[in-house]
Design a protein around this ligand. Structure first.
Ligand code: KIV
Ligand code: ZN
Length: 529
């Protein structure tokens, strides 16, 4: 058996299902370009039928990126057709159909009698739906993946039956997801080994694993899957994903690389691009990477105690099992300033993973000069921030902050006045609040006549120095869905107002598309039920 492990990155699909982590089309394309530099084997670009925006993102990525692009589909014909329509321009593409196989899911989601009167009949229906979908997808492409959702909790005999039948129907990759992150590594590995024993035609397909992190075991389970015969791992950058997330790409890749003394499996990932990719995903999704996160956290290569520092000075290997350079940390120390030219900026951005056309470069260069005037030195993180903001400007938003004024002091009531551009109109309102930010939010709500529930508000400094940029992440919720706004500025009050308006814009466009389009009556997570 080949020892190469295919890396199937699902940051843009499962990763984007993280609560609040929605990405716009521009951001998705930018991340996909970075994935190309990272050299992943497959990018799951989205779930085309679930929304026009998802469809467009998959289509744009398929038209531009020269690696295998996958699109997710339920076993319904409408989903598979939509996946094909979105993917058809790709040089290489895969249709990924999924259907649940565990009794809990079958009884929970297919309780209706038309799927069978009892579990036995329902299982038969599911098996047929799975095979029909694979056969239908096969009419569009040779590369078809089938996922047995909740395989981790599926009766092993039935799972083997489904896998065998879907391979016979034409699946070239069979995915065994631990959808609920329930299994233990030994148990999950044994499941893969048993499938290899029981499924007669298993050699005709690649076994894939897709593990969630509900018990913090996603990476361990994925590696156990590989040791037992899986040759594709589905994972995400920074481990983002539904609920507690997915197995993290960087941890799997570096585990295989650092411990090649004990395991003979390898990936084609260009590990020096890991850090850039992690930073890009974190900045676009607004999902902060915890400082102690393995491989990409800010502390992953920091040595604090005297004993450790002393050891490191004598021999780095005392406390370092991989070098920061091997994952792209501190590769270069170039700092730009107000005298840097467009060319210098363009090549630094390219090294950070951003590929810009001339007009994008011009617009970012103007912002760069503005920032360089305020800050003497512009660091890589400042550039990432500028790029993050740039993506927000691409699409004209429904509401934009035109003007803000806040007065506050130890003996006065904080008061904010905002002027918001809404299409051709301007709306101005003032309000007071418990503090400056509260006053701003109250003024915005009054101006737009909206009152969402604020789920979280976070502010932090994202670059260094006195003129550091402050990042504000605001999350609001309406019924079943949360929306995130993220803005960065040297003034945190302005960033707060803009982030809040951005979250409201997202909420409004979601509600609008939900009202307009029948397929959007369900949010993505509803569809996955
Ligand atoms: O977790 C899961 O089961 C999934 C499938 C759609 C592959 O994400
Ligand atoms: Zn998943």
């Amino acid at each position: 058996m080949n020892n190469k492990v295919t890396i199937f990155d699902t940051t843009l699909r499962d990763g984007e299902q993280s609560p609040g982590a929605s990405l716009n089309v521009f951001e998705k394309v930018e991340i996909a370009r970075q994935m190309e530099k990272l050299r992943v084997d497959v990018i799951e670009a989205g779930f085309p039928v679930s929304s026009p925006a998802q469809f467009e993102a998959v289509q744009r990525i398929a038209g531009e990126i020269d690696i295998v692009i996958a699109g997710l589909a339920r076993t319904k014909e409408i989903d598979i057709k939509s996946a094909y329509e979105a993917l058809r321009e790709a040089k290489r593409f895969r249709i990924h159909a999924f259907l649940c196989t565990s009794d809990i899911h079958i009884l929970g989601k297919f309780g209706d009698d038309r799927y069978g009167k009892n579990l036995k009949e329902k299982r038969r229906t599911i098996l047929k739906m799975a095979c029909d979908s694979v056969a239908y997808a096969k009419t569009f492409t040779k590369d078809v993946e089938f996922s047995a959702e909740d395989a981790g909790r599926t009766d092993i005999g039935y799972l083997a039956e489904v896998i065998e039948a879907t391979i016979a129907a034409g699946a070239t990759t069979v995915n065994i997801p631990d959808t609920t992150g329930y299994t233990f590594p030994k148990e999950f590995g044994a499941r893969i080994a048993e499938l290899r024993q029981r499924v007669k035609n298993i050699d005709k397909a690649i076994i894939s694993v897709h593990c969630h992190d509900d018990l913090g075991l996603a990476v361990a389970n994925s590696l156990s899957g590989v040791e037992n015969g899986a040759r594709q791992v589905e994972c995400t950058i920074n481990g983002i994903g539904e609920r507690a997330g997915n197995a993290s790409l960087e941890e799997i890749v570096m585990a295989l690389k650092v411990r090649k003394d004990i395991c003979e499996y390898y990936t084609d990932i260009n590990s020096e691009e890991i850090y850039n990719t992690s930073k890009m995903v974190s900045s676009f999704t607004g999902m902060i990477v915890q400082p102690n996160k393995a491989i990409v956290g800010e502390n992953a290569f920091a040595h604090e105690s005297g004993i450790h520092q002393d050891g490191m000075l004598k021999n780095r290997q005392t406390y370092e099992i991989m070098t920061p350079e091997s994952v792209g940390v501190n590769k270069t120390k170039i700092i730009l300033g107000r005298h840097s030219g467009r060319h210098g900026l363009k090549s630094r951005l390219y090294e950070l993973g951003y590929k810009l056309n001339e007009s994008e470069l011009q617009s970012i260069y103007e912002k760069f000069l503005e920032l360089a005037d305020k800050k003497k030195e512009v660091f890589d993180d400042d550039l990432r921030v500028l790029m993050g903001d740039q993506t927000l400007d691409i699409k004209k938003e429904r509401y934009e902050l035109d003007y803000i004024q806040v007065t506050m002091g130890t003996n006065s009531i904080p008061t904010a006045t905002v002027k918001i551009k809404a299409g051709e109109d301007f709306i101005q309102e003032s309000a007071t609040g418990d503090g400056a930010v509260d006053a701003c939010f109250n003024a915005i709500e009054r101006a737009l006549n909206l009152k969402p529930s604020l789920e979280s508000y976070n502010v932090r400094s994202v670059t260094s120095g006195r003129q550091a940029m402050g990042e504000v992440i605001v999350r609001i919720r309406t019924n079943d869905k949360s929306f995130t706004g993220r803005r960065i500025a040297t003034d945190v009050i302005e960033a707060s107002a803009k982030a809040y308006i951005q979250a409201l814009n997202q909420q409004q466009s979601y509600l609008e598309s939900k009202g307009n389009d029948e397929t959007l009556k369900h949010s993505l997570s509803d569809v996955l039920k």
